[in-house]
Design a protein around this ligand. Structure first.
Ligand code: ASP
Ligand code: MG
Length: 416
């Protein structure tokens, strides 16, 4: 069981969490609980580090920011004990959760936890602070922001858990953002790959890394809400969204829709370089320097050359990197050999995602027709096996999401 920062924010909420944990243990399950710091706490601690030393040493930063989870794990153990449950906290170095020594963004290397497993078998609830581990040199590490989802999946994998229930402030994964489309539906199942595609295009229910890890380790993950009434059905009845393998979904859900979800992402900006020479090495000279500067390029379009052996190249980068990208490319204008650099940060990427499109034709045609009927212009397109993304004017984001949601039959009333 994993509880996020909003679920852990304060004594009252921790008591609600403890009640949920106690109910699960009372069903006879051995339970390990991974917790986040109280909402806002990690930001507060990061600010202290910046104030103390703007050029902070990441190893000491880790000592500071890991404390948020130390506090909540101890408090949850205390609260469970106050309810008469056997419980104790296991800090990262005590489990141990072994990571590499990349402080502030460490990767988990191994969790071998015989003492923790023995304690759980003896009926003790294990409470583990998320986000933290221990380096090969015995120093405290943290996994990068949002890392406690990854901690939870890693612990579930190490314990060979039946399920990893991630309790959060939403009750599952939806076909699209319910704030945009009131008829969005909660999905009962979504595959790891779909979840990765949806996460990478903006639905931030889980840290992306945790989903990759769950896929690799075959951990069945449920996303569900911790804010439910005491008499609500328990986690075992799967009230949330299950994230599982392709095979499991095929077996479970015969009536599955072709498209699983629609996501919108307003964090990309578009750049076009006009009249780039159409010769070997031209695009390498554009994207090489961006890669060296760790700028993540997403969509790329290059047309066939026109008569003069020149072509336009369009691509997208994160909005936060737009200025850096422009500066890098302007410095190299001569070397690359282009005519003009045109940028636009008023764009949105709309993606339709679903494993069903692997075996169906016409998914893209439906998308383009639906957008065309509303006069929405498509500026760029990219696809993967289970995703089609288009770049459109940012002002048309909500309209596009609504139109696509109903075109693919995802609106709640249409569902069988
Ligand atoms: N507390 C950490 C953060 O805010 C880790 C987490 O909550 O997942 O990034
Ligand atoms: Mg989180």
């Amino acid at each position: 069981m994993k509880f996020g920062g909003t679920s852990m924010a304060g004594t009252e909420r921790i008591r609600r969490v403890a009640n949920i944990v106690r109910a699960q243990a009372a069903r006879g399950d051995e339970v390990a609980v991974v917790v986040s710091a109280m909402a806002g706490e990690t930001d507060r601690l990061v600010t202290f580090c910046r104030e103390a030393n703007p050029l902070y040493d990441p190893a000491e930063y880790d000592v500071v920011v890991a404390s948020g989870e130390q506090v909540t794990s101890g408090l949850l153990a205390l609260t469970l004990q106050a309810m008469g449950c056997k419980a104790r906290s296991w800090l990262g170095w005590q489990v141990p959760i072994q990571t590499d020594d990349t402080h502030a963004s460490a990767r988990i290397e191994n969790i071998d936890a015989p003492a923790l497993i023995a304690a759980m078998q003896g009926g003790q609830i294990a409470v583990i602070p998320g986000f933290q581990g221990v380096s090969p040199h015995g120093r405290v590490t943290t996994l990068g922001r949002g890392g406690s989802d990854t901690s939870a999946v890693a612990v579930a994998a190490a314990l060979k858990a039946d399920r990893c229930d991630i309790y959060t402030d939403v009750d599952g994964v939806y076909t699209t953002d319910p704030r945009i489309v009131a008829k969005a539906r909660k999905l009962r199942h979504v595959t790891y790959e779909e979840m990765l595609e949806l996460a990478s295009v903006g639905s931030k229910v889980l840290q992306t890394r945790s989903v990759s890890l769950a896929m690799k380790e075959k951990v069945r993950v449920q996303v569900l809400s911790s804010f439910v009434d005491e008499d609500a059905p328990g986690a075992d009845s799967l009230p949330g969204t299950m994230i599982v393998s392709d095979e499991e979904v095929e077996g479970l859900d015969m009536e599955r829709q072709l498209i699983t979800g629609i996501a919108a992402d307003k964090n990309e900006a578009k750049i076009t370089l006009t009249r780039v020479a159409d010769r070997p090495g031209a695009v390498a000279s554009i994207f090489g320097p961006l890669a060296a500067a760790s700028i993540n390029v997403d969509m790329i379009i290059q047309n066939i050359a026109k008569d003069k052996g020149e072509t336009d190249v369009t691509f997208t980068v994160p909005k936060a990197d737009l200025l850096r990208t422009q500066a890098l490319l302007e410095q190299r204008k001569e070397a690359i050999g282009y005519f003009r650099l045109i940028s636009d940060d008023k764009v949105a990427k709309i993606s339709v995602v679903g494993v069903g499109m692997r075996s169906h034709a016409g998914v893209a045609a439906t998308m383009f027709k639906a957008l065309a009927d509303r006069g929405i212009n498509v500026q760029a397109i990219s696809t993967s096996e289970i995703k089609i993304s288009v770049l459109i004017d940012e002002d048309e984001t909500e309209l596009a999401v609504r139109v696509l949601h109903s075109s693919y039959g995802l609106d709640a009333a249409d569902a069988a």
